[in-house]
Write a protein that binds this ligand. Structure first.
Ligand code: SF4
Length: 239
């Protein structure tokens, strides 16, 4: 099948495409277009995109339609996110299409499965114990989530295939130790590519946790990860 035919027939389920600044990455501040796919095998208790996980929504679009939409935005930087974008049938074709058009591709993933997709930056976000949904929906997702949330072999494979960043969502001191334990089990981690990001979607809690976390980053040589889009626009969709 030709690449044009593939692009016209392969469809993915999206919740949104939007143009903003990269908010939480080593590439923070870059004008970036976000393609948000829907569907996730995890159920983080603090998930900030529940419309892709707990209550998934979305519409089908072909790769060709997505690429046409992207051409409206004045940037070469794309983030493919979710949900968990790597579970989407058609993710290989989407990333191949982006690569052919010359975009810099960041894949935002919890790294619970490996797929050999075109990718310039693998943004790997292993989920810590603080993500387990013990108190949501009677805890019915807790065991399944906990069993699936951490795959060191998958993280290592991504790290060896492309540029990467390891992003941890931190609430409290125990989370820092858990993140350090994960980093210690991986080979060849550059501390400057380990991002500690405060958990939260309200300015006050981000500021409070951020000040504490800044000192932790100074201690271990990790990178502090802000949530720039929330600082600028608040906790809203499509920004
Ligand atoms: S992995 Fe991401 S999208 Fe999935 S439940 Fe966790 S925070 Fe939400």
């Amino acid at each position: 099948m030709s690449t044009e035919t593939t692009a016209a027939t392969v469809r993915l389920k999206l919740t949104e495409i939007f143009f903003s600044l990269q908010g939480e990455s080593t590439r923070v501040g870059l004008p970036t277009v976000f393609i948000r796919l829907t569907g996730c095998p995890l159920r983080c208790v603090w998930c900030d995109t529940e419309y892709t996980s707990w209550q998934p929504q979305g519409e089908m679009m072909t790769v060709a339609e997505i690429l046409t939409r992207l051409a409206e935005f004045p940037t070469r930087h794309v983030v493919v996110t979710g949900g968990e974008p790597l579970i989407a049938p058609g993710i290989e074709e989407l990333c191949a299409g982006l690569h052919r058009r010359g975009y810099h591709i960041t894949i935002e993933t919890a790294a619970v499965l490996f797929k050999d997709v075109a990718c310039d930056l693998a943004s790997l976000s292993p989920k810590l114990t603080n993500s387990i949904p013990h108190r949501r929906e009677g805890g019915r997702w807790a065991a399944r989530h906990d069993k699936q949330r951490l795959r060191l072999d998958v993280i290592q494979e991504f790290m060896e295939r492309s540029d990467y960043q390891l992003k941890f969502v931190i609430e409290q001191a125990e989370d820092v130790e858990e993140a350090r334990t994960i980093v210690a089990q991986l080979r060849g981690v550059d501390p400057a590519k380990v991002l500690l990001m405060p958990q939260g979607v309200r300015h006050e809690e981000l500021a409070r946790r951020g000040l504490w976390l800044a000192e932790i980053c100074k201690r271990y040589g990790y990178r502090f990860c802000p949530r720039l889009h929330i600082e600028l626009y608040g906790n809203r969709r499509g920004v």
